[in-house]
Design a protein around this ligand. Sequence first.
Ligand code: ADP
Ligand code: MG
Length: 257
Amino acid sequence: MSQIENNKGSIQVQNLNVYYGERHALKNLNIEIPKHKLTAIIGPSGCGKTTFLKCFNRLIETNENVNITGQFLVDGQNIFDPKVEITSIRKKMGLLSQRPYPLPMSIYDNITYGPRIHGERNKTKMAETVEYYLKQASLWEEVKDRLHSPASALSIGQQQRLCLARGLAVAPEFILGDEPTSALDPISSKHIEQKFIELKNQYTIVVVTHSLRQARRIADYIVFMYLGEIIEHGPAKELLSNPQHQLTKDYVTGEMS
Ligand code: ADP
Ligand code: MG
């Protein structure tokens, strides 16, 4: 069954609270993330964007002293239920961080790493996988002659595309990005943005961005956060052109620093 036909890729967040010790970082978030669309999370620095994104793949639990309440339903299953295995959640979520983290191995091995963990051994199939996903991430032409060189020799922009290819190679349902282009040159940023736009028909994509211009270019749906709360969310065009809340207005017109 293809990604489009089945019913996967849905997220509902219900009464989600996150505390770092005493600090109440996410305050009763309630939202349904639109499936097979690109959602941008925007808001001033420190408002909780990264904290929220880290809930999607339970990376949040790597912090000590973190306390989470509420429900986070992925494909209908509450991922914070103690019975849920963390690896089954992580497999569904491809993540691009602010800076790329290629594995300390060759370009080729970076792509085959995930499939090998999941039991793939067929060499011909793996070579096809490498080519397919490097093409998906618009990197193939630049690296096809040096697939066995270390990934660390690539530019930052190429590394980020490699990380995208690596993430896609384990067939996730969701792609998450935490300011994934903020460390990249303009050309590499364009490549990543373009890829997101192409991939959103197949994946549910959630991207944190501090760039309103980027949000305008790529988002179908926007979530505006402020001091740990979701203030407003809606279709991108509507929210940007006709915000309902004063705080959103101030942010999108640049009145809020
Ligand atoms: P954003 O990504 O929007 O800049 P964050 O999610 O990083 O915001 O941070 C939200 C709030 O939580 C901030 O006040 C920040 O200082 C606090 N915070 C983030 N990470 C931690 C942590 N590991 N321990 C304690 N407080 C944290
Ligand atoms: Mg952040």
